[in-house]
Ligand binder design. Structure first.
Ligand SMILES: [Zn+2]
Length: 86
């Protein structure tokens, strides 16, 4: 028989992980939309697309952004590969 405290702890960790992951992806998506529009998510100045790497025609595209103003750097994976017609 399980101890109720252990069950509570497991539930707490389970929901905590889900909340943290949701929050993380929401933040990441917001940063991504800012960056593709050329705006740094950190200082709201102009951001540069430093590198664009594709893992094959229909694979995800890796977009690396770098802000010269505050040093913000991030890489995003995008499945929005419009030129292929997959
Ligand atoms: Zn910046």
């Amino acid at each position: 028989m399980s101890d109720p405290f252990t069950i509570f702890l497991l539930l707490f960790l389970f929901f905590g992980t889900i909340i943290a992951a949701t929050y993380y992806y929401k933040e990441k998506r917001r940063d991504y939309y800012n960056a593709i529009q050329g705006i740094c998510p950190k200082c709201n100045k102009e951001i540069l697309l430093e590198d664009k790497r594709s893992a094959g025609c229909c694979g995800p595209v890796q977009l690396s952004f770098h802000c010269e103003h505050c040093g913000y750097q991030n890489t995003f994976s995008s499945y929005d590969n419009g030129s292929c017609g997959c």
